[in-house]
Design a protein around this ligand. Structure first.
Ligand SMILES: [Zn+2]
Length: 417
């Protein structure tokens, strides 16, 4: 007997609607719904423990958030925002951080993860700050969040040095403790360190010590000069870390002329570095000193993808001084990005969908192909395909992780009478 049948699903690359048959958490078979002899409902119920009728809607393998901060989400009421720039966001969050308790971070982390699950997110990488302001309180809380929601979402924890490292010996100790106690990778932020190049070296030293990947917040300004990328690429290659490094923001690239940008992008490609665009934050914090024609300050990830780079799109922050908005919806983020990047063609929008699904799943080492034998992690979206999902920010109706249903959202209906 099957565990689950998702009937009448519309999959990319299939002409007909299909029934996805699930056993032991994996896809057992995929059959055409339309060619099958019609069987009575009670016979279908005898075939599987659960049936779900996708009613012709699009089914994908779920969304992956490659860069989010659960530890400092939902603290808008604790921050005073006057300038709205990056320095103020770091400063205000730093003040709030000192008062974080484990219970507080756990509660806010749970809140955001539940938002994400209900938007169809099945995997996520969260940064967690480990420094003298929080010690390991946030880290301990997020580990509990990870364990609590493991049935619905895979959470990767990145121990993160947000507020400098070279002059913060305690941060180094805490990063080491977090890596020894289950952090999956290490994150750095060279632009908030007095010695950016040394910061990059120290993060790599720790990464090598624990044999983990690295993820940097990088080049987060609109000055076309002074990129940290050449140093990052040099260290990546020197330490044989190609394919193990990712970077977020990199808004500096949007301020460079095209020739310079493509030159830098070629370096990133050489070192196989993945780039994550964070549209909600990038366009909110940048360009605060302009009075008119405010620059968007967001990298066009499609341009870089065309050059062969792997790119992703992610939410970054939810309801704090870095991003005073947020619903943890990756389809909304993809739509926002595509609109700002002035995209229109189906092929471009299809690439954007990959940035919140396949590309991000690859970064998190998660399988995302729907095929026989693959994990039955599937999300039903109220639309016909990936492109229309992004264009319309389609409603996500239901999700399954390893064959188990994890959420349901009711489709909206019109009440005529
Ligand atoms: Zn971030």
């Amino acid at each position: 007997m099957l565990d689950l049948i998702i009937k009448n699903a519309r999959l990319t690359d299939y002409d007909d609607l299909v029934d996805i048959n699930v056993k032991d958490g994996h896809i057992h078979s995929i059959d055409s719904s339309e060619n099958e002899p019609k069987v009575a409902q009670e016979d279908i119920e005898n075939l599987a423990k659960q049936t779900f009728d996708a009613q012709g809607h699009f089914v994908c393998s779920g969304f992956y958030e490659s860069h989010i901060h659960l530890d400092k989400a939902c603290i808008l009421d604790r921050c005073s925002i006057e300038d709205g720039d990056l320095n103020e966001a770091v400063e205000e969050t730093g003040k709030a951080k000192e008062a974080f308790t484990e219970a507080d971070v756990f509660a806010r982390g749970c809140k955001v993860i539940e938002m994400a699950i209900k938007k169809g997110t099945v995997g996520l990488r969260t940064f967690v700050e480990t420094d003298k302001k929080t010690e390991l309180r946030s880290f301990e809380a997020i580990k509990r969040v990870r364990d609590k929601y493991a049935f619905a979402i895979d959470i990767e924890i990145c121990a993160f040095a947000q507020d400098g490292l070279t002059t913060e010996p305690r941060t180094q100790e805490l990063l080491q403790q977090a890596l020894a106690q289950g952090a999956d990778l290490i994150g750095g932020c060279p632009y908030k360190d007095e010695h950016p190049e040394q910061h990059i070296e120290m993060v790599f030293d720790l990464a090598q010590q624990y044999d983990v990947d690295v993820d940097f917040h990088l080049d987060f300004d609109l000055d076309p000069e002074g990129s940290s990328i050449p140093k990052l690429v040099e260290e990546t290659i020197k330490r044989n870390y190609q394919g193990r490094v990712s970077i977020g923001h990199v808004t500096k690239l949007s301020a460079m002329d095209k020739a310079k940008r493509l030159e830098i992008a070629a370096l990133l490609k050489l070192a196989k570095i993945t780039l994550t665009v964070l549209p909600a934050t990038d366009i909110y914090l940048n360009g605060r000193d302009y009075e008119a024609l405010i620059p968007r300050g967001m990298v066009n990830a499609n341009e870089l993808a065309e050059m062969g780079l792997t790119t992703t799109i992610s939410s970054n922050n939810i309801l704090n001084a870095f991003t005073p908005y947020g619903d943890a919806s990756l389809l909304r983020m993809a739509n926002m990005y595509a609109n700002i990047a002035q995209l229109s063609k189906d092929s471009e929008i299809s690439d954007v969908f990959a940035m919140v699904t396949k590309n991000a799943a690859d970064l998190l080492s998660q399988a995302s192909e729907i095929k026989v034998g693959a994990p039955a992690t599937l999300v039903v979206v109220e639309t016909k395909d990936a492109v229309s999902a992004v264009r319309t920010v389609a409603q996500v109706l239901a999700g399954f992780k390893n064959g188990r249903q994890t959420f349901a959202n009711a489709a909206a209906t019109i009440c005529y009478e």
